[in-house]
Design a protein around this ligand. Structure first.
Ligand SMILES: [Zn+2]
Length: 340
């Protein structure tokens, strides 16, 4: 592992055809590429911070393939966790997650925190136009952008991708948060890895930013963007068995189509899940405090939310549920953002 990125000023031969699994033949270590374009300030794009989320590579291959010669705008491209990409994994066992170690992280300094600090130092030496971090997720989610600071410019940026966006404040150390106060910055969640629509929309967004002169100053009209804010993370305790088939013999079961609840408002009278144990879920807030009893209740073996909330980023992948979480609970971010 290295604590400095390799820095290049041109794409290596083979860039347009490489697969993520073969990426270390071109980029043996995390690599920052600076491509000079017709206008400044430069756009920053990061891909493969999670090694198995290869949509970002496809996006940049397609986008850069459109330009023979000079780009419309200068570009910094950061190719992150090449080690995990080679293995088809989000992160190697025991390795630091490449999207938790950016400046602002709560992590003790290590090779990866130094690497990301050096990336930030290099790309912020001059002004930046915007920073885009391209990811995938595991569930059947709509395409959406995430931001850690709901400024007008970030909302505009998000609305160029889709009409749904998420404001989040945890986990710390994500790349998007590192650019807050520097330039507009969002994370693009492009559906499952390789999802065709996710690639197409991300290419359109990045290409649009290559040509955009400036972000508008007016507020984003509410019908252009549904902005929701994460309030809580829902996990299933390790000793609670669960199944997404409602007739399965398990401590906690969900109705068919639970995944379709993604990004839809759920009323306190609607059944969230069924259970035969007293504490089938643990709900925590951004500070990691247990707020289970405040947010959910159980009546006659049925689990309900105590207030109207929006489940999001639901995954039915049982491994991910155990490693990460079942879903997040969101609320509408209703004040429309501030003046920044
Ligand atoms: Zn990711």
């Amino acid at each position: 592992m290295t604590d400095s990125p390799q820095i290049l000023d041109a794409l290596p031969d083979g860039f347009f055809t490489t697969e993520a699994r073969d990426i270390r033949r071109l980029f043996p270590q995390p690599t920052l590429i600076h491509l000079h374009g017709a206008r400044a300030p430069a756009l920053f794009v990061s891909i493969l911070l999670h090694g198995n989320e290869y949509t970002g590579l496809k996006v940049m291959q397609r986008l850069l393939g459109r330009y023979d010669g000079m780009l419309p705008r200068s570009l910094w491209l950061f190719i992150g966790n090449v080690y995990a990409a080679e293995q088809g994994l989000r992160v190697l066992p025991g390795q630091t997650d490449y999207n938790r170690c950016w400046p602002g992280t709560e992590m003790a300094p290590n090779a990866e925190t130094r690497l990301m600090q050096r990336v930030i130092d290099s790309v912020t030496r001059n002004e930046l136009f915007a920073a885009i971090d391209i990811h995938n997720n595991t569930g059947t989610n709509p395409l959406y952008a995430c931001m850690t600071d709901p400024t007008r410019r970030n909302q505009h940026l998000a609305s160029l991708f889709n009409h749904i966006a998420v404001v989040f404040h945890y986990p710390k150390g994500v790349s998007t948060m590192a650019f807050d106060g520097i330039c507009p910055a969002v994370t693009l969640e492009c559906g499952k890895p390789g999802d065709a629509l996710g690639i197409e929309r991300a290419v359109d967004l990045v290409d649009g930013l290559m040509h955009l002169d400036h972000f508008p100053d007016r507020p984003v009209p509410p019908h252009d963007l549904q902005l929701v804010e994460t309030q809580a993370t829902v996990r299933i305790p390790d000793d609670v068995s669960f199944d997404f088939n409602p007739s399965a013999q398990a401590d906690l079961t969900f109705d068919h189509g639970f995944e379709r609840r993604n990004f839809t408002e759920m009323k306190p009278t609607e059944v969230f899940a069924h259970t035969r144990v007293p504490r089938p879920l643990v709900v925590t807030n951004d500070n990691g405090e247990d707020i289970t009893d405040a947010l959910i209740r159980i009546e006659n073996g049925k689990v309900y939310l105590n207030r109207q909330m929006i489940p999001a980023m639901i995954t039915l992948d049982k491994t991910i549920v155990r490693q990460d979480c079942l879903c997040y609970l969101m609320t509408d971010y209703s004040n429309g953002g501030d003046e920044r």
